[in-house]
Ligand binder design. Structure first.
Ligand code: ADP
Ligand code: MG
Length: 711
C-alpha cells in the first residue's frame, strides 16, 4: 500500500507531479483521495422526464448509423440518433471519429448529461456513455474527485481502479488495520470493502457502510496518536517561570478582570512555575477576554527572563493581537515585534536577530505572528511560552514545529470556538482545559432573527437604515464563487447520511457574485468583498477599509469569523444560514455588538419555514446566547463534523497538520465517542502499539511522523 504511485500502470513523472499537488505520493494516499461527490447515473429516467437543466441518466438504443460531418477545417462531428420508449434523441460528439465504430445501431448505452428539448425532439451533446452488456450491472454512482491541473476525472478513476486491484488482494482482512474484534463489535466493514465502496459504491447503503468504517478509522487513528502524545507530554521538561506578571499587567488595564479571567490566569501562572511543560487549552466565548489572559501569561514569562511568542492563524488577527499587546507591553518597556508573511525581508532579518540575541537588553521579548513564526530563520534565545490563538486551525504538526523551536517552553492554546466540553476533552486530550465562562460586564445582547427569502425586501431596507445611521454591515456567504455547473448537479459526499439517505441542500450564495448583486441594488453604498482566495495583502487592505469606516457593507466568507473586531459594525447577515454550524453562527454573531450600537443578527435560510431540522436548529440561535449551550445543541443535532471542519472557507481548510477527511463530515457523535474510548483502551494495554504494527503505521501516516517516532 505504501508503494510509490508511479508503480501504477500508466502513471509517469508528469502525472506523479500532478498527484503530488494533491498530496498523493503512494497508492495508499491515492486510495484515501476520496470523491467529493458522485454522479447519480443509476437513477435512470425517460427522455421525457429530463428537466432540460440538470444532468440525467438515460438508457437509449442506438437507432441510426453514426455519421461523421466535417465542420470548419479540422473539426468533425459524429452524429447519430438513439431512442427510448418516450422519444428520440440526437446525440453529437466532437472530434472523436472512432466513435462511429462504437455506436452500432441496435446497441444499448447508458448516457449521462444534459438533455435539451426542441419541439418534440431531444438533443444531447458529448454525454458520458457506458455500453450496456448482458449480465453486467453498471455502477449506480460514479465518483467525482477533487482535481488539479494535469489530471482528469477519467484518468483519476482509471488509476483508482488500478490501486483498488492492489487493495483487493487483502479481501480476507489479513491486512486490515482495524482489529477484527473492533470490526465485529461495531459492525464495521472490511477496509477493502470500504475502499471499494467509497470509490465505486454498489449502492447508497454500501456507501454509507464504507463511510462509517472509514470515519471510525480516522477518529480511532487520531485518538491513538493523541493518547500516545499525551502519555509522553506529561513528562516534557520546561523552564519554570517563577516571576508573576499579574499585578503589573492589571495596573495597565482600564477595567477590572472578571472572576473567570482571574481564575484562569491563576491556573496558567501556576502551570508556568512548574518544571514540566504546560499544555493548556484556554477556551472562552468570543469577547470574553482571552487576550488579556494570554498577556498575563506572556508577561509572567518575560519577567522571568524568558520570551513569549503568540501565533495567530491569519495576518488580520496577528496584527490585531500585536496592536493590543504592544499597547499593554511597550509602556512597560517590553520589546515586541510582528512577524508575518508581509513583513519585509530586511525587517524579518532584524527580528530573527532580535529573537536569538543573547544579551537580554537587545532581545525581542514578545513576538506576535502567523505561520511565519515557523520559518527556518526563527530561533529563540530564551524560549519560555508559546501561545497559539484559534487552536483548531492549527495542526498538531505545526504545534510540534513551534514546540521544537521552543524547547523547554510552555504552551497555551486559545480557542474562541466554544466546543462542548466532552468534545474538547476528546479532540484535545493531550491538553489541560481552562474555561472562561463569564462575560465582561455591560455586553449587549444581539437581537437575532431567522428569516427566508420573503423578507428580502425588508432586509434590504434594514441594511439601508443601519448604514444611514452610521453603522456598518457584514454579509456572510458560504461560498467564495458560484459552484461550477458540474459541481451543482452532482451529489456531494456530505449529502449522503449515515443510513445512506440523500439530503439535498439549496444552492449556495457566493460572496463574489452576491457582492456584485448588492452593488447593483445599492449603488450609493460602499461595498467590499473578502474571501480566503484573496492574497493576504488584499484581505488586509479590505479589512482596513472596513475597520476605518470607509466601507459600509462587507460581503465575506467565514474568513471574518475569527476574532476580527470592528466595534462600529451593528448588523450581521448570514446567507444560507442552515449551511453553518450553530457554533459558527454564534461566532459570526459575535462580530457585532462589540461597540455602543444596538446590534442585530439576521439568519437567512430557505429552510426557515416548514418543519425542517434546519428550522429547529436555527431557532436555537434566537433564544440562546451562551456559546457553550449552543455548542452542545449543535453537537447533539449535527454531530461533530462542523467542529472538525472549523470553517467552510477553502484557505483555512487547507492549513493545519492533521486533516480529517471523511471524519469532518461525520454527523454521528456516538461513533466518534466510541472510537475515542476504544483508542484509549488500546493505548492502556498496548502503549506503543507494538502489538498493532498496522495501526502504528496509520498513526505515523496521519501525524506525518517519521519511522521510529512510535515504538
Ligand atoms: P476574545 O476572548 O474573543 O479574544 P478579547 O480578548 O479580544 O476577546 O476581548 C474582547 C474585548 O473585551 C477587548 O476589547 C478587551 O479589551 C475587553 N475586555 C477583556 N476583559 C475585559 C474585562 N474584564 N472587562 C471589560 N472589558 C474587557
Ligand atoms: Mg481573540
Amino acid at each position: 500500500m505504501s508503494t510509490d504511485i508511479r508503480r501504477l500502470y500508466g502513471v509517469g513523472a508528469v502525472r506523479a507531479a500532478a498527484y503530488a499537488r494533491l498530496g498523493v505520493y503512494t497508492v495508499e494516499e491515492l486510495l484515501e483521495h476520496y470523491p467529493r461527490g458522485y454522479e447519480e447515473r443509476g437513477n435512470i429516467r425517460l427522455l421525457c422526464e429530463s428537466d432540460g437543466v440538470g444532468k440525467s441518466a438515460h438508457v437509449l438504443t442506438v437507432a441510426t448509423e453514426a455519421k461523421s460531418v466535417r465542420i470548419r477545417g479540422r473539426m468533425s462531428m459524429v452524429k447519430f440518433r438513439a431512442y427510448d420508449e418516450s422519444g428520440i434523441c440526437d446525440i453529437t460528439f466532437f472530434n472523436q471519429e472512432y466513435l462511429k465504430a462504437v455506436f452500432v445501431p441496435g446497441s444499448e448505452f447508458r448516457f449521462y448529461g444534459r438533455v435539451e428539448k426542441k419541439g418534440n425532439r431531444y438533443f444531447m451533446t458529448a454525454p458520458a456513455y457506458e455500453p450496456i452488456r448482458e449480465g453486467e450491472v453498471l455502477p449506480p454512482l460514479i465518483p467525482v474527485y477533487p482535481l488539479t491541473e494535469g489530471i482528469t476525472q477519467k484518468q483519476l478513476a482509471k488509476d483508482m481502479r488500478a490501486a483498488m486491484v492492489l487493495a483487493a488482494s487483502f479481501e480476507d482482512g489479513s491486512n486490515d488495520p482495524l482489529p477484527e474484534e473492533l470490526r465485529h463489535k461495531y459492525g464495521l466493514c472490511l477496509q477493502s470493502y470500504a475502499l471499494r465502496n467509497i470509490h465505486m459504491p454498489d449502492s447508497f447503503s454500501a456507501l454509507a457502510a464504507a463511510k462509517k468504517r472509514l470515519i471510525f478509522e480516522e477518529f480511532f487513528t487520531y485518538a491513538l496518536g493523541l493518547s500516545m502524545a499525551s502519555a509522553k507530554k506529561t513528562h516534557a521538561p520546561a523552564v519554570p517561570c517563577l516571576a508573576d506578571g499579574r499585578a503589573e499587567l492589571e495596573a495597565m488595564l482600564p477595567y477590572a478582570l472578571t472572576g473567570a479571567q482571574r481564575r484562569v490566569i491563576g491556573e496558567i501562572v501556576a502551570d508556568l512555575a512548574r518544571d514540566t511543560a504546560m499544555n493548556r487549552l484556554l477556551v472562552g466565548d468570543v469577547g470574553c477576554g482571552k487576550t488579556v489572559c494570554a498577556a498575563a501569561a506572556m508577561l509572567t514569562a518575560v519577567r522571568s527572563g524568558r520570551q513569549a511568542a503568540l501565533m495567530a492563524p491569519t495576518e488580520i488577527l496577528a496584527r490585531q493581537h500585536y496592536a493590543e499587546l504592544c499597547g499593554l507591553f511597550e509602556p512597560l518597556g517590553v520589546r515586541c515585534a510582528l512577524l508575518i508573511g508581509a513583513t519585509s525581508a530586511a525587517e524579518k532579518k532584524k527580528i530573527y536577530r532580535g529573537l536569538c540575541a543573547v544579551e537580554e537588553s537587545e532581545r525581542i521579548a514578545v513576538v506576535v505572528g502567523t505561520q511565519a513564526l515557523l520559518s527556518e530563520g526563527v530561533s529563540f534565545a530564551a524560549p519560555g511560552l508559546v501561545v497559539t490563538d484559534e487552536q483548531h486551525r492549527f495542526g498538531v504538526n505545526q504545534r510540534a514545529i513551534l514546540a521544537e523551536k521552543n524547547a523547554l517552553s510552555h504552551l497555551l492554546v486559545m480557542s474562541a470556538t466554544p466546543i462542548p466540553r466532552s468534545l474538547a476533552l476528546s479532540l484535545y486530550g493531550d491538553l489541560d482545559l481552562s474555561v472562561i465562562d463569564e462575560m465582561p460586564p455591560g455586553r449587549q445582547r444581539v437581537d437575532t432573527y431567522v428569516v427566508d427569502e420573503r423578507y428580502r425586501e425588508r432586509l434590504d431596507g434594514f441594511i439601508l437604515k443601519q448604514v444611514a445611521e452610521g453603522g456598518q454591515v457584514y454579509v456572510v456567504c458560504p461560498a467564495v464563487e458560484e459552484n461550477s455547473e458540474e459541481e451543482s448537479f452532482e451529489l456531494s459526499m456530505e449529502e449522503i447520511d449515515g443510513e445512506g439517505q440523500v439530503r439535498r441542500g439549496t444552492p449556495l450564495k457566493s460572496a463574489v457574485s452576491y457582492a456584485e448583486e448588492l452593488k447593483e441594488r445599492f449603488p450609493a453604498l460602499r461595498i467590499g468583498v473578502l474571501h480566503g482566495r484573496m492574497k493576504s495583502k488584499e484581505k488586509d487592505a479590505v479589512m482596513a477599509e472596513f475597520s476605518a469606516g470607509r466601507m459600509d457593507v462587507l460581503v465575506s466568507t467565514t474568513v471574518i469569523e475569527v476574532g476580527v473586531n470592528v466595534p462600529n459594525a451593528c448588523l450581521m447577515i448570514v446567507e444560507n444560514a442552515d449551511r453553518f454550524g450553530l457554533s459558527q453562527l454564534h461566532q459570526l454573531r459575535g462580530r457585532v455588538g462589540r461597540g455602543r450600537r444596538k446590534s442585530f443578527c439576521v439568519l437567512v435560510s430557505e429552510s426557515a419555514t416548514g418543519e425542517s431540522d434546519a428550522q429547529e436548529r436555527l431557532s436555537v440561535m434566537k433564544s440562546c446566547y451562551d456559546g457553550y449551550a449552543i455548542a452542545e445543541r449543535d453537537l447533539e443535532m449535527r454531530g461533530p463534523g462542523d467542529f472538525l471542519r472549523g470553517s467552510t472557507d477553502v484557505s483555512v481548510r487547507q492549513s493545519g497538520g492533521v486533516r480529517f477527511r471523511l471524519a469532518a463530515l461525520c454527523d454521528d457523535t456516538g461513533l466518534m465517542k466510541t472510537a475515542f474510548a476504544e483508542a484509549r483502551a488500546m493505548i492502556g494495554t498496548d502503549p506503543d502499539l507494538s502489538g498493532h504494527p498496522l495501526l502504528a503505521e496509520r498513526v505515523r501516516g496521519m501525524f506525518a511522523l517519521e519511522e521510529g517516532t512510535i515504538n
